[in-house]
Write a protein that binds this ligand. Structure first.
Ligand code: ADP
Ligand code: MG
Length: 596
């Protein structure tokens, strides 16, 4: 489907929904439809957190409660008008959401889920016990209807308001997810190491997801209060929270339309078909069982899979709607002097000494190899430079500035890119999106400008897209850009990972055994690629076993053995060093044989 057709279909759908009340509108149906719109708002927000960010919240109902009570109390007890009260609801829920997020930075998903459940219980307790504020069990009664320009909103107006909020929420969510924030969030869920290496701060992204998600729950609560006109603690029991999680998971977590489909199938349909009412719990339970067995990605996930199969059957090529290309960012300006200085770095893992005082210097704009037998500490050294493990002693300078003690995403933002010995992709995202993740540290757009697709965000996204396509082309993967990264063979995942690192325009690029698992053809290509990367001005440090490759592309080499430097110098010097020949290549092996 082209993006034109899709826009037209969505517009038609919106028109039908706006006009639907005139065709089928009984007061009761209108009430249910408005309630559903409020629920969709909660579910869309929860989907951001749970579906995309992988954080399970069993406490979202409590955030709705906070929004609903904020509006009810402000309007009934303090005679506020609806609009500032709704703003208060949104802010209160966001603030509480931010506090709720704090344990998520320390705990694993399921412990965290339990905490959110406990949190919902605490809020529930407060609703009944803090009587001066909440009126206890009786709740807040007689919430007035919102007034706009002197006109009191009817139930039809309220439905339109809720529908409009839904449309805005889905549009903003689609924009946000298509931006650097969406990729970062999926990174948090699927591969935090890759996300961090691309400059993503996990804490900030999780916090963003919580706050946005909570804000949406707060707004939904505001709608809920004026629609029902009464809020009581009984409205917000634990199953209210669990209901939202079910809607998201069953509808299709991590799919934009999942929560909408979930709300239609699991709220609207049982609600409208009176005969089904008493069967509701049975329907939920059965659906949960069946879907988890046969469609673990929910209803929308199942539709996706069906659609892909159909395309394959029909022999259709993948289609993607892409924004127009714009110019990419400029090349790296190499600075004179040392790009990397490692001095006396030590690292122990328990009783194992992985690095016992390693020093090396890499001049800016050159390509340096680290070679040595398995277990000699090569990967550990890269992990020290990129900050994935703290060093025990020594110093590390990048472009003359110490990086010791910095978090890995901060080091990435200083211009240190890297790949991993085992490629770290976000398998569910396209190869293109994986490459785009690399643009994260260079991009400046805020979540708000991304969600609203402001021109500043669009320009930047177009520049990143051009960059990503350029580097995918550079590594020879342009024609697979739209395939899920998880489906690429290992060797191509490595190349895609290099493209991702390059999109970030690293000043210093660390490659951990990039040639492992490559075919001979790919190996040649890699050699050319690394030489070309050097010509871009990037300093490269490469851990590599293929000594022929090293001899061809590197100007200096450090040989590690058992965590210490055995020799260093030009490839010619190092590879004729008697100790290196004895220790690393074996006495009879020459460069050519070792490379095969
Ligand atoms: P290389 O990359 O040269 O093959 P590594 O740097 O991976 O070697 O490993 C060097 C030594 O440090 C090995 O003995 C390895 O077992 C140990 N090591 C590396 N990482 C860890 C870790 N996270 N925990 C414990 N030991 C580790
Ligand atoms: Mg290694």
């Amino acid at each position: 489907m082209s993006s034109r057709t899709r826009s037209a279909l969505l517009l038609a759908l919106a028109a039908v929904l706006y006009l639907a009340p005139f065709a089928i509108g009984t007061e009761y149906r209108l009430f249910i439809a408005t309630q559903m719109a409020a629920y969709v708002l909660v579910a869309v927000g929860l989907n951001l957190l749970n579906g995309y960010g992988g954080q399970v919240s069993l406490g979202h109902g409590a955030l709705v409660a906070i929004g609903a009570y904020a509006v009810a109390i402000a309007m009934v007890d303090h005679h506020w008008s609806f609009w500032p009260a709704a703003l208060l609801a949104m802010l209160a829920a966001s603030a509480v959401g931010a506090v709720m997020a704090l344990p998520a930075f320390r705990l694993s998903t399921w412990y965290f889920a339990l905490i959110t459940l406990g949190f919902a219980e605490v809020v529930g307790g407060l609703l009944t016990e803090w009587r001066e504020l909440t009126h206890g069990f009786a709740g807040v009664v007689g919430v007035p209807k919102p007034v706009l320009l002197g006109h009191e909103l009817s139930s039809l107006d309220l439905y339109w308001l809720a529908l409009t909020l839904n449309i805005l929420a889905l549009w903003g969510m689609a924009n946000l997810l298509a931006s650097r924030f969406g990729r970062a969030l999926v990174g948090v869920r699927d591969n935090p190491v890759a996300a961090t290496a691309s400059g993503v701060s996990l804490v900030r992204i999780k916090m963003l997801a919580f706050v946005v998600s909570a804000a949406m729950a707060g707004v939904a609560g505001a709608l809920y209060a004026v629609q029902k006109t009464v809020v009581t603690p009984d409205d917000f029991t634990a199953d209210f929270s669990i209901f939202f999680l079910l809607v998201v998971v069953l509808g299709g977590a991590g799919r934009l339309w999942g929560p909408v489909v979930g709300a239609v199938v699991f709220f609207l349909v049982p609600e409208l078909l009176a005969a089904l009412q008493s069967w509701r719990m049975l329907i939920y339970g059965t659906a949960l069982l069946l879907l988890m067995l046969y469609a673990p990605h929910g209803l929308v996930g199942a539709m996706d899979v069906g659609w892909q199969h159909l395309r394959k059957r029909l022999g259709l090529p993948p289609v993607a709607s892409q924004p127009p290309l714009a110019a990419g960012r400029g090349a790296v300006e190499p600075v004179a002097g040392e790009a990397l200085t490692v001095q006396g770095v030590e690292k122990r893992f328990g009783g194992v000494t992985a690095l016992a005082g390693v020093s090396l210097e890499v001049a800016a704009g050159t390509t340096h190899a680290i070679v040595g037998p398995n277990g000699s500490g090569k990967t550990t050294l890269l992990n020290m430079i990129s900050g994935f493990y703290p060093i025990d002693a020594g110093s590390i300078l990048v472009d003359g500035r110490s990086v010791v003690g910095l978090a890995p995403h901060r080091i990435a933002r200083r211009g240190v890119g890297r790949t991993f010995q085992t490629p770290r992709m976000l398998p569910a995202l396209s190869v293109l999106d994986n490459a785009l993740l690399g643009a994260y540290p260079a991009e400046r757009q805020s979540a708000l400008s991304a969600a609203l697709r402001l021109p500043v965000a669009r320009r930047e996204q177009a520049a990143s897209l051009a960059d990503a396509l350029r580097y995918l082309d550079f590594v020879g993967l342009a024609d697979r850009a739209l395939e899920p990264a998880g489906e690429l063979p290992h060797g191509q995942q490595r190349l895609a990972e290099i493209a991702r690192a390059l999109v970030g325009r690293p000043r210093l690029l660390l490659l951990d055994e990039p040639a492992a698992g490559l075919s001979l053809d790919e190996l040649d290509r890699l050699g050319e690629l690394i030489a070309a990367i050097g010509r871009l001005g990037t300093t490269v440090v490469i851990v590599e076993h293929h000594l022929e490759l090293v001899a061809n592309i590197c100007s200096s080499v450090t040989v590690l053995e058992r965590g210490a430097v055995l020799a260093s110098g030009t490839p010619a010097e190092v590879f004729s060093h008697p100790e290196v020949i004895a220790a690393y290549m074996g006495t009879q092996a020459g460069v050519g044989q070792a490379a095969s």
